[in-house]
Ligand binder design. Structure first.
Ligand SMILES: [Fe+2]
Length: 290
């Protein structure tokens, strides 16, 4: 762990999801997750209590960046100085929902992480109690990628940014060179970001934390009314110990609803798990990334 990094605490604030038909994707997220949709330049800003996303033109299924919210200007200045001291190149921030002084860095697979402060004056979503999903708890909580380059990704996120490792999945638990999955945190929640070894770099999923298991019933019934099927779960992950189920957006990007995500103080070192279906789902069938 990198005790000196000022990255702690940071929380996932939003993603920019790309589509060749952003209006259709925004409509799906509005229906499935209860977001209110606002025009936002050429993009769409989607908001609901505890969660927001930006959807815009781009490669189908692409993610332009992952944006993490910092606490204040002092932390922002410290993060900028820290990543530059690690030798990372910073880029102009592409995140229009953040102030222009946000810090952007690019990982070895090309994913852009932005760290910044929310821009003031964004449109406020209307209270819309007639849309039940808008009132359901689902705080945007983590984002995950698949990578063919896990070792340099670990180096980038742990050394470059100071993300704290929570858990590793290994082919051989006695051989640290056989890591296949890494989970990282930037506050006490078990992971805000994770990477799975796979054949090529691609989005994996993103997740919203609910207020508890009973929320799964309400979300499940809501999605059932929309005829949006559950594609994995319900179950419980080993790493993070969270309850989960997943469904897919029209790009095939998986969306996770989660509950009971584990909390770990900063000083706790990483644990290891075997590379089995049981690790990713203690209750049964796994999702082994290819
Ligand atoms: Fe997840």
């Amino acid at each position: 762990m990198s005790a000196a990094s000022p990255i702690w605490p940071a929380q996932l604030d939003h993603l920019r999801l790309e589509s060749d038909d952003p209006k259709a994707l925004a409509d799906f997220y509005a229906r499935a997750l209860g977001f209110e949709v606002h025009g936002f330049g050429e993009d769409f800003l989607l908001q609901a209590p505890g969660r927001r996303q930006i959807i815009g033109k781009g490669e189908r299924g692409g993610r332009t960046y992952h944006a993490y919210r910092l606490q204040n200007e002092r932390q922002l200045a410290e993060v900028r100085a820290y990543v530059q001291a690690q030798g990372l190149a910073t880029e102009p921030s592409p995140a229009k929902a953040f102030r222009d002084d946000a810090v952007a860095v690019r990982d070895p697979d090309g994913w852009v992480s932005v760290f910044g402060l929310p821009k003031p004056g964004l449109p406020s979503p209307k209270a819309a109690n007639a849309i039940p999903a808008r009132a359901y708890a689902a705080r945007l909580q983590h984002v995950v990628v698949a990578t063919p380059n896990l070792a340099p990704m670990i180096e980038f996120y742990e050394k470059g940014l100071g993300f704290v490792a929570s858990d590793y999945v290994l082919l051989d638990e006695d051989d640290q060179s056989t890591k296949r999955v890494a989970f990282w945190r930037t506050d006490p929640e078990h992971h805000c970001f994770a990477a799975f070894q796979a054949s090529h770099s691609k989005p994996d999923h993103h997740a919203y934390e609910t207020s508890g298991w009973m929320d799964f019933r309400d979300w499940g019934d809501h999605l059932a009314n929309l005829e949006i099927p559950v594609v994995w779960g319900p179950g419980r992950h080993g790493p993070g110990n969270n309850l989960f189920f997943m469904f897919e957006d029209p790009n095939g990007d998986r969306i996770e609803l989660s509950a009971e995500l584990e909390l770990l103080p900063r000083e706790m070192g990483p644990r290891t798990w075997p590379h089995t279906e049981r690790t990713v789902n203690l209750w049964g069938a796994g999702w082994i990334r290819q």
